[in-house]
Every structure is written in C-alpha cells, then in structure tokens.
Design a protein around this ligand. Sequence first.
Ligand code: NCD
Ligand code: ZN
Length: 347
Amino acid sequence: MAAMQSLTIPRPDDWHLHLRDGEALRCVVRHTAETFGRAIVMPNLRPPVETVAQAEHYRARILEALDPGLRFDPLMTLYLTPRTTPQEVARAAAHPHVVAIKMYPAGATTNAEAGVSSLDGLEPVLEAMQEHQLPLLIHGESIDPGVDVFDREAVFVERQLGPLVQRFSNLRVVLEHITTAEAAAFVASAPANVAATITPQHLLLDRNALFAGGIRPHHWCLPVLKRERHRQALLAAVGTGDTSFFLGTDSAPHEEATKLSACGCAGIFSAPIALALYAEAFESIDALHRFEGFASRNGPAFYGLPVSKETVTLVRNPQQVPPSYPFGDGVVVPLRAGGVVRWSVRT
Ligand code: NCD
Ligand code: ZN
C-alpha cells in the first residue's frame, strides 16, 4: 500500500501541558494554541495553583497572553496538597473551567515540593473527587529514596496505584506521561475509569538518547526515558487502539541555561512540533489509522467533552526544527532542535 500523504483529524487536544507564567507563558502559549483546541494546564507554578480562585486567575492570564487570532480553551487543574479540602473539590467540580486535580508525590519532579508525601489522610478529598467524578491526574513515581530512578514508575504502580484504584473503584484516574510496560499493562487491564497519557518523547526515544555521544540535557525529563523494551510496549499500547490511552505532550519548557547546568531542570519542550512527532511515532508502527482516536477522540471521551468540530491536517512535508525559540529573557531548546520532522501540520 502506498504511504499515506496526508491525514485529517478533528482538532486535537493536549491533555497534559506546562504553560508556565508571566513572560514565559507569553512565549509558549501560541505554540500549543496554533495546533491544539484545548489543553489541560498543569498547576505546578511557584506558588502552586491550589484553589479554584487561583485557577481562574491563571486561566485569565493564559487567555490574556494569547494572540487575539487564536482560539484556545485552557482546561485548569488544581495542585493536590495536604491542605486540599473536600469543599474545594466540590467548588472545582462545579466550575466550568476546572477539570481535574493533579497529584505530585512530594519532590518527585519540577516544582513538586508542595506535593503530598502519601495519600494517607486525604481519603475525604478522594471520596469527594469520586463522588463529584472529578479526575485525579497522577505523576506516578515512587519517592522512596531507596528506589532506583528507572524503577520509580513501576514501583508506584504496584505499591500506590494498585491499592488506590481498588479502594476508590469509581475514582477517575489518569496516570500521566507513562513510560513503562508495567504502567501500560496496568492501564490496559484496569476498568474504563483509569486512563493514561503518553508523551512524544517516550514513544520516540529510549534512554540511550540521554547519553548519545555525550550527556544530552535536552532529553532529560521526568519520568526519565526508559529502556527500548518499554518504548516498544508504549507503541504497542497505542497501536491496539485502546481508548484508555491519549495524547498528553508534557511539553515543559525551561530556559536553556537552567537545563545546561550542573543540576539541570527536568522537562522537554515539544509544543511546536508535538503533533508531527506523534505522527512519526504512529507511522513507525504502521498505525496512522489509530492516530485520530489517540489525538482527538479518546481524551474528550474520558473527560466527557465534545470532540472538536474543526479539523487539522498532517501532511508528509518534512519540516526543519529551529534550534531554539524565544523564552522570557532567554531561549528554550525544543525536542529535535536543528533536526527534521517528517510531518507538518496544516491548520
Ligand atoms: C515537568 C516540568 O518541568 O514542569 N517536568 C518534566 O520533566 N516532565 C514536571 C512534570 O510533569 O514532571
Ligand atoms: Zn508534566
């Protein structure tokens, strides 16, 4: 069969995105809004977005930072902390623009210091989320210091996630940015209230990419890239068309100097080329016919939102990726910087 030259799908959404704030926000928001109709915006600002009132203000800043010509609907999240209350959960559930609560295990990743060291004591909050059907988005990595960094996700799935979904069997849960065969298998076999997002980097790169000819800080993100067999398991998961898996870039911009440092920040910036990169990943396993579900349908179905009536078209036109983009006073280096992506997006 001749290779597909173009692919038109309902306008996709990004179900896991970091937009930052202030000048940085101004620089990056258009890269998402040019392609995606909606995005779930992570609350890991400093200080974190903990309340509905803070989320409303953050959403207003996002819309204000957007070029007037762009239509984009930021879907807001609250940051789960030991201070979160069932009352705030009820407020969030009733709010038209707050769609979920994000759980960061304390210290697990960038700006996760305010997170929770365990879910003990948060049962009333989880009960309220279950009752109001407000999804819990989880950064699924163990913070037990004895656990190897490459095993943190698998250990979290076994020790924390398994018991959580058993105890709160009607809680809507998204295991974010999954990276392992263990996580993919857990989600595939879990009931429909448990889903997962997958990033472009975890579909395209294995951990060798961190050390290709020297250390590669622009490939450093959390959860860290894993072995090739895990990448293959993620590709296999999306290749089946299982509706539990959907697009979440985890595009996480950091200024270049903060990544090229003795203790560099975790986070990969992919927003400008993310959709084209995903298309490459799906094409690599001859699964472009599964792309529409992953990018445009499974996420809205999980969140109970309509599929977009607009479309975007991917064309097999190679694009050159810029070496960097403006970011505040400096620059941010994207995934595949200076390289070529085999697809382009025509909106
Ligand atoms: C994210 C960030 O920079 O905010 N970093 C990352 O490596 N993915 C935080 C996160 O999602 O873990
Ligand atoms: Zn993230």
